[in-house]
Structure formats: C-alpha cells, structure tokens
Design a binder for this molecule. Structure first.
Ligand SMILES: [Fe+2]
Length: 436
C-alpha cells in the first residue's frame, strides 16, 4: 500500500489549486528532496537496502526505485514526448498499488528483487533526474506541475517510511545493530523531568476543518467543512515513557476492561506486554533506537504504540484520545515547528515546557479517535492518481502532527496520516483529551 505499505498510508494526489512555484524553484525543491532520500540511505550497507522485516515494510532499495517510478510513470511518460523508459519492466516491477497502471509483484515479496542491483537503481534515479531537469526547463501545464508537486510530496512520505522500515529491519536482527553510530548526530537525551501535564480548554462551537487555499495538499485533506465540537480539553504535552510504564506496572496489559475487544485479541495473539522496541534486561527497560539499544528515558514521549495501546492508556488515565478535528482546532494556534526529520535526531525528544500546548508537531504521530473516512464533498481524482488516498478509506484510524521522521517542509495542520489500529512500527504516540 501505500507508501509501500499495505496499509496505509498516506499517499494522495495534488490539490486542485494551481501550483504557484516557478519552474526553477520547483526544480531546486525536486533535486533537494531527491538528494535527501539518498542521504537517509547513506549509513546503509548494500545488504541493508534489501531488508524487509514484515509485509508492511519495504526495502530501502525498493523505496528508492518506486519514488523514481512515480515521476517516470505519472510525469515523464505523460508530459515529455521524447522520453524513453529506463527499463520497460520497471513499470510493473516498481508499481506499488495502482491498478490503473497494471500488475506488480506481491508487496510482501519486495525483498526478492536482488536484481536490479542497488547500483542499477541509483542509475535509474540519475536517469529520471536528468530527464526531470530537462522537463522543468520548459514551461509545463498546471496539471504537470501538480503531478510533480505530488511526486515530491510522495517521495517525502517514502523518506519517512525508509527510516521506519530500516529501523524495523535492523531491530529484527538479534544483534540489534544501530542505523548510525551513537553521538554521530545530535540525539539529546535531555535529563530534565517532563513538565507537569496541563489542560488547555476549548469552547463548544462550530469550527472549520480541512484544507483550503493555494499550495499543495493531499486530496484527503479537503474539502474544508464545518464540524461541531462539544467543549473539550487537550493535554499540554505528549504522554511520556514514564507514564506508560506506570500503566504497565498497574497491570495495563492484563486488564481486559481497558481494551477494545479487537485490541484485547491483538494483545493476546501477539503477546504484547510493552511498546514495540522495549526490552527488559536485568530488570531494567531498554529501548531500540536508530543508535541501537539505549536505556529507556522516562521523560521522552512514548512511541511505537498501536491505536489499541494508545486508547487503553487513555482509559487507564481517565481520559480519551482526541478526535482529529479537536486536534486540528487546537493545533491551528501552534507554529509548524518541532522535532522533524530535519533535526536529525530520528527519535522523539522530551517536552521542555508545558504552556500552552507543546509537541503538537513533530516527535510522534498522534493517534486520534477518528476513523479515516472522506470529508463531506470529497471526490477522488480521475485516473490512476485517484487511487492514491481514497481506496484506503476503510478500517484505518487517523494520526496527526508528524513525527521525528517526517520532513517539516511537508507538514500542514490539515495533514492526515492513517494506519490500521494494530500498526506500531511508525513513530506513533498519543496526547490525552477529555471533556471540559
Ligand atoms: Fe508510494
């Protein structure tokens, strides 16, 4: 599915708004995003590029090829008359889920693609990049510019997936190898205690939600529409590892009254007793990070939770998860800034203050209580890109705010991520809500 995954994700088409960047700045943005994908993969060995630890994740090599395929298939093949495909078989080989494009290999078997080699995939990227640079020296119709903007945002979605899929793949190795050397980048395990949790109140009323305006947005963020909200309160910060540990020590994983029926079945079937990547050694909890196993930091946001676990924690705490509209209304007063991919930490960081709302953007995607469904008046685009988002509007929950692996330039307050309730390998956490 999506960005590779079967589940999810957040792929989407461009908004109907004309793209307003000029071609030169669009080319610069294109080249920068394409380079970022390679930089994320720079610490990986050739063998690391082929890791696929589960059916929801994809190998890094596949991500590098599939994002290239997107530009080749939806832009160059349609808007550059003299363009010739790099290899005719790639049209199906690196198709993710677009039935309108044609067949593709089983998603769970992407790791068997030892050929083309990593060098050939790099050559494929260069070939397409050179063609895209030529294309962008010529004036392009608005429809082409919209597809290029979509392709750029699509690649940024896959950048986050490269981080999360590589992390999961390396963790699956009993050696628990690190993605990078500890201390090579700034990963400040700040030692201060998390600020006390405060509650921010919002009055009942009719609010506007969803994207409206110029610039890029995925189709699933609109149309903008009215929603009625009862008065509610939102926690000033994310739930921490320390608070989640309190839930565990209070028997959270053994009390069925705290769980949805599906969640309880999931806990028992998978024998979950802690978030993904937590491991107990000699009575102490450790956490697998991109820098390998590290002692659990109690002040950091809890991460790699399923929707079921997030909901159970909220019930245990006498609260609930916010709806996606409550989250969006609250987030409109916060700057889109925080611990994103650009910070280089690739790990959620502790809150440094409690007022009035912190960590709304970055660190961890926040599970909401909202099912992923279409907004009133939503219409999927015609053709293949109409498959980007709309066909996944079933059996998934919405997450908001972005994570430490999300490119900041790619975030909006209306951005909707979505995953099945059992998913845990993304940077997923929660913020509490309550009635007023
Ligand atoms: Fe994709």
């Amino acid at each position: 599915m999506s960005r590779a995954g079967a589940q999810s994700t957040v792929e989407g088409r461009a908004s109907d708004n004309p793209h307003c960047q000029d071609d030169a700045s669009l080319l610069q943005r294109y080249l920068k995003v394409r380079d970022t994908s390679l930089q994320i993969c720079a610490p990986l060995g050739v063998e690391d590029h082929s890791l696929q630890p589960n059916a929801d994740a994809s190998p890094a090599k596949w991500h590098l090829a599939h994002t290239t395929w997107f530009f080749e298939t939806f832009v160059l093949s349609q808007y550059m008359a003299e363009f010739r495909q790099f290899h005719p078989a790639f049209r199906n080989l690196f198709n993710s889920y677009y039935n309108a494009v044609g067949d593709r290999p089983l998603r769970a078997l992407r790791h068997i693609l030892s050929r083309p080699s990593l060098d050939e995939v790099h050559a494929y990227r260069s070939y397409v990049d050179e063609a895209m640079a030529r294309l962008l020296t010529l004036e392009q119709p608005a429809a082409a510019l919209d597809l290029i903007a979509l392709g750029i945002n699509h690649e940024q979605q896959h950048q986050e997936l490269i981080v999360t899929d590589v992390k999961n793949g390396l963790w699956a190795n009993p050696l628990r190898p690190a993605y990078r050397i500890k201390g090579e980048h700034v990963t400040a395990h700040l030692t201060h205690a998390a600020p006390s949790l405060q509650w921010q109140s919002f009055p009942e009323g009719v609010y506007s939600a969803g994207f409206e305006g110029s610039g890029f947005a995925f189709d699933n963020e609109g149309p903008r529409h009215n929603v009625y909200l009862e008065a509610f309160r939102l926690a000033s910060r994310l739930v921490t590892n320390g608070e989640y540990l309190d839930f565990m020590r209070d028997g959270g994983y053994s009390n069925p009254l705290l769980w949805f029926s599906d969640g309880w079945d999931c806990v028992r079937a998978n024998q979950w007793n802690a978030p993904l990547y937590w491991e107990q050694r000699d009575g102490e909890w450790w956490n697998y990070t991109v820098e390998g196993m590290q002692p659990l930091q109690l002040n950091e946001p809890v991460c790699h939770l399923s929707y079921y676990e997030a909901d159970a924690l909220a019930r245990w705490a006498g609260a609930r998860l916010p709806s996606e509209f409550e989250w969006e209304v609250a987030a409109r007063s916060s700057p889109i800034a925080g611990n994103f991919l650009e910070s280089g930490t690739l790990h959620p960081q502790p809150a440094t203050s409690a007022e009035p709302l912190v960590q709304m953007f970055g660190d961890v995607w926040e599970w909401t209580a909202s099912p992923y469904v279409a907004y009133p008046g939503f219409k999927a685009a015609a053709g293949a890109v109409g498959e980007y988002n709309s066909k996944f509007m079933c059996s998934q929950m919405v997450l908001r705010g972005g994570s430490c692996a999300t490119p900041q330039s790619h975030m909006r307050v209306t951005y909707r991520n979505f995953f099945p309730p059992s998913a845990r390998w993304q940077f997923m956490g929660l913020r509490l809500a309550n009635g007023d």
